[in-house]
Design a protein around this ligand. Structure first.
Ligand code: ADP
Ligand code: MG
Length: 645
């Protein structure tokens, strides 16, 4: 208590601007990438079409951003460093309809208070430009210069006067990685503009204006990454007037665009998820949750996709004034937005039914500028996957099927004296392939990497009594019989749960199960749900339950395991998990135990049944735990391997 005595607290005083700016800088300028973000946003707000970012030493020594935007008048150039000086907001009412990225007027004074900053700018309305030099918040120089239109801001020696802050900076590579990732993603949001990024004289990104975001993704990440992404196209929805507090408000339109990865691409953190709301890069728990929910049961728990989402909505639907760094937002209709985003992604995943290929893709023939971006999360995707696979984590299927090495095209007739109709008899003679096979109608081959046609597959046999080999017009397929069956049963159980009639089988003798204290508590909480999923159980003395009936699909031998597994799901997740998720967990457990095992011979009829039933599922690509069901060796890939195309 004594710590708070009057002598320690003292009298109230208004902080000087210098201190206030440094406090604000604590929130706005967390690391070099935050400086880049603020300056980039200013350049975009200034209507620039060309933005160049220059970095030295991970942004500690130098961050310079040059643009061709509207520039600043001399008076404004000085005013810009006053706290809460902004040209973007006049009235508190404007906060509701803010169309610019900045509005708080805090970034420049904050950055200037913790660095040595040089501003060079010229507005087309003035003959000469202005140069302002500031160190630790103090204006050192302000004079006239000759320069073209636009603005260049150079920030040197970040945190030179805040040693405590400086200590928290990570390695040069890490800071650069954050910056590179940020600039890259802003360049995606603004694909019609030119973005350049240089690090110590090396070009990391050069993206010229393109017409579509897809082209920009290709420019920035290259074709291989694009192949792993599913284009959401443009998904829009109207928030119904009925849900509005005032009935005569017009309906609000939400549009979602962007890309999400195929479920086979699995990351172990959320660092590859980029969300833009009205052009502003944000981190938002609600949106992150919606994305995870879209992949529920398509990807293992604790794995994350990569996603690039651009949500546009009425300014009034989203409050951007939540945090000084403007990286958080609050939606007016949170759960509506959550469900819209989740469903839009999930529908697209369902529609495109992406199948993993089991041919390792070769390196992109024309490496793109940003493919060499060393540290962006995206360019690491491929490497991460390799590492994950090595570390036993989840990654692309470990299967790779390579064509056998091609034999040297060499006909050796020894000394037989038979002349071969060739210009020379040296080895390495290349024989012209006689065209007796007929041209392969390449154009008729359907697009690869899609499971849309799985119902048309013809099973040919099993590999190791575990994998069904099947042929289709789009290539050769390998289907994991256990995982496929798991997906089929999972969806069946879900449907039965929803209809309230899970097929039960009475046990001849009730099965008695001992529970731990924790399990007992969980049991009490989910007993009803267990019943709805086909388990007829009742308490039977202290920490014991009797199981009288179980879903027909679960064998007696597996019953105990299934119930304990379900109690575990509940224990781990119920508190944060919805009823729907609990049901999915139960269904996944039942399906996994009931599905046919690997090492089980299947006759032709069973294999056909399996493929047909799989085709009828809503999402045939992954088991409820997120493992892939099928691998495809696409016809084009096969033709390529045989040198036919
Ligand atoms: P905010 O962006 O919230 O308005 P800032 O501190 O980031 O606040 O910038 C202050 C003001 O400086 C802006 O409102 C804008 O008028 C001006 N400004 C900053 N950067 C630029 C730029 N690159 N081009 C033109 N004007 C700029
Ligand atoms: Mg700003």
């Amino acid at each position: 208590m004594r710590r708070y005595s009057r002598s320690y607290v003292g009298r109230i005083r208004v902080l000087s601007d210098k201190v206030a700016n440094q406090i604000a800088a604590g929130e706005v300028v967390e690391r070099p990438a935050s400086v880049v973000k603020e300056l980039l946003e200013n350049s975009l707000d200034a209507g620039s079409t060309y933005i160049r970012v220059e970095i030295e030493n991970g942004g500690r020594r130098l961050i310079r951003i040059a643009d061709d935007g509207c520039g600043m008048l001399r008076d404004d150039a000085l005013l810009a460093f006053e706290r809460h000086a902004t040209s973007k907001l006049h009235d508190v009412k404007d906060l509701l309809s803010i169309a610019t990225l900045g509005f708080r007027g805090e970034a420049l004074p904050s950055i200037a208070s913790v660095s040595r900053l040089l501003l060079e700018t010229r507005s087309p309305d003035e003959q000469t430009g202005t140069r302002v030099e500031i160190a630790g918040g103090k204006i050192v120089v302000c004079d006239e210069i000759a320069r073209g239109g636009g603005t260049t801001i150079s920030v040197r020696d970040l945190f030179f006067n805040v040693p405590a802050r400086k200590k928290f900076l990570r390695s040069e590579q890490t800071e650069l990685a954050h910056i590179a990732s940020l600039v890259t993603h802003y360049s995606l949001a603004h694909f019609g503009k030119t973005f350049e990024m240089w690090n110590g004289g090396a070009n990391l990104l050069h993206a010229t204006p393109v017409e579509t975001m897809r082209e920009r993704v290709f420019q920035v990440f290259g074709g291989d990454v694009l192949d792993d992404l599913i284009d959401l196209g443009e998904r829009s929805a109207m928030l119904q007037v009925m849900q509005m507090p005032e009935p005569d408000e017009p309906p609000r339109r939400f549009v979602l665009r962007g890309f999400v990865s195929r479920p086979q691409v699995q990351k172990n953190n959320r660092n590859s998820i980029f969300i833009f709301v009205n052009g502003r890069l944000i981190r938002d728990r609600l949106m992150l949750h919606a994305i995870s929910a879209a992949y529920h049961n398509l990807m293992p728990q604790a794995c994350f996709p990569f996603a690039l989402l651009f949500l546009e909505c009425d300014c009034e639907e989203v409050d951007v004034n939540v945090h000084p760094s403007k990286t958080e937002v609050r939606f007016r209709h949170q759960s509506w937005v959550h469900d819209f985003v989740r469903d839009a992604i999930r529908e697209q995943l369902m529609q495109s039914r992406p199948a993993p290929s089991f041919v390792q893709r070769s390196a992109s023939p024309t490496p793109q500028a940003a493919a060499v971006l060393p540290y962006s999360d995206f360019s690491q995707v491929m490497q991460d996957e390799d590492r994950d696979a090595a570390g036993g984590g989840v990654a692309l299927p470990e299967f790779t099927m390579q064509p056998p090495p091609a034999p040297a095209p060499r006909f050796d007739f020894g000394d037989t004296g038979i002349a071969v109709n060739e210009p020379s008899k040296t080895s390495g003679v290349k024989l012209r392939v006689p065209d007796t096979h007929g041209g392969f109608p390449v154009d008729s081959i359907p697009a690869e990497h899609s499971m849309v046609r799985i119902g048309e597959l013809r099973p040919m046999g099993q590999l190791h009594n575990s994998f069904i080999i099947a042929a289709g017009i789009d290539g050769l397929w390998i289907i994991d019989q256990h995982v496929a069956h798991e997906r089929i049963l999972f969806e069946q159980v879900l449907a039965q749960q929803a209809a309230g009639r899970v097929e039960m089988q009475q046990l001849l003798m009730p099965m008695i199960l001992q529970l731990t204290a924790d399990q007992q508590i969980e049991y009490a909480r989910i007993a009803d749900e267990l019943h709805a999923s086909g388990f007829d159980t009742e308490p039977f003395g202290n920490r014991t339950i009797a199981v009288k009936a179980a879903p027909a699909a679960v064998g007696l031998g597996d019953l105990e395991r299934v119930i304990l597994e379900i109690l575990e799901i509940a224990e781990h997740e119920l508190r944060s998990v919805s009823l729907a998720d609990l049901r999915r967990g139960i269904a996944a457990s039942i399906a996994c135990r009931a599905a046919i095992k690997i090492n089980t011979p299947l006759d032709q009829r069973k294999m056909e049944w399996m493929l047909r039933s799989l085709a009828a599922t809503e999402y045939p690509m992954a088991c409820p735990h997120g493992r892939p069901v099928a691998l495809q060796y696409g016809t084009r890939e096969i033709l390529r391997a045989f040198h036919r195309i």
